[in-house]
Design a protein around this ligand. Sequence first.
Ligand SMILES: *Cc1c(COP(=O)(O)O)cnc(C)c1O
Length: 435
Amino acid sequence: MGAAAGGTPQRGSPRGWRRDACAHYTRTVNDFNAPQSAPDLLASQGGKPVRDKFLPFAVPWIGEREKQLVLESLDSGWITTGPKSQELARRVAAMTGAKHAVAVNSATGALHLALEALGIGPDDEVITSTWTFVATVNVIEHVRARPVLVDVEPDTLNLDPRLVEAAVTPRTKAILTVDYGGQPCDYGAIDAIAGPRGITVVADAAHAFGAAYQGRPVGSLARITAFSFYATKNLTTGEGGAAVTDDQALAERIQLLSLHGMNRDAWKRYGDTGSWFYEVVAPGWKYNLSDVLAAIGLGQLDRFDEFQRRRVELVTRMSAGLADVPEVRTMKARPDVTHAWHLFPIALELERLTIDRARFITELRAENIGTSVHFIPIHRHPHFRDSLALRPEQFPVAEDAYRRAITLPLFPRMSDRDADDVVAAVRKVALAFRR
Ligand SMILES: *Cc1c(COP(=O)(O)O)cnc(C)c1O
């Protein structure tokens, strides 16, 4: 773990407050409510926070259109899976360049069904990234296959194709890509590994709705792609997701498994039995999306281009604002991608700071800036560490990134002022703890 800088008062003291005077003066500030005027006095030391109102790291933007469509669904009497879920699926397919889409209640469900539909099971290996949310790896275990975790590229924190290639064995059935933060993986390199060996590429594109690689939309780059419409994602239904594919048989299988394995077309085949008739042809799950939630997604889709434009504006503004703060590094989009900018992660230049990442987050919180960390690498979670016998040394890039990573606020409803506050707070904390 990173050095516990917060535990040693001297190392953790802000600039200009070091050494003997510091402990005493800090106490003075707290006890006597001393000057709040110095603009660079940290909020944690009694100074004025960069902003008065807390700015969360992500807030959904639900507009009048979403509300109207939700009411329409409620008034229609059809509140479970129905016309709105189907319309959402159709539009998601159209937007992502895939022939078929199935709307489900989460990306986790979409990924699980993707692996099921592909027939991945016991003794199979699925290569994926350690730099992801746990759902990516849990679903591999749900089908009783073996997750094979690999390290990431330093600039994108996406799967490193060379390490993927090194991890392939005769049992490798799939490569499960993760488009971190909204930046597509290097699908050219991954396809070059998967294609000749008959390995299937499945994409966890929970961050990458609307992204593209070399002009091809995410959704058209893998055999099956999963999107998330979770509350913090760049398009939301509150809870929801979708699986998209060009393969009709896979889409039908996913559809079937998403609702108990009930074959809705049975009545067609058996003609005389009427619309009440169904047959269960597999023990499916209950992953269908409610029309009430799909309605939110339809409203979001109407405004999606506007959302994405705003994300790019905010990223441009904050990246420019942080360009001359050498204590932090922002992430860049590679030239051949359209980045969905779901997240705005920074990396701390710890060598230039007297504090660690945890303390930096605490200081930003005191300045009323919310943050998150994406991600705690999978190999650090006890279950995977122990059951897969993983050691941190196997993942040097992810380990290094994890010590430095902070996700700053980014959501379309943020004002320029909010973005400037984020920059000001990062600058203030960086300056105070500059080495
Ligand atoms: C959010 C997320 C998921 C899970 O999405 P749900 O819709 O909540 O199931 C999966 N993978 C990644 C990388 C995510 O960030």
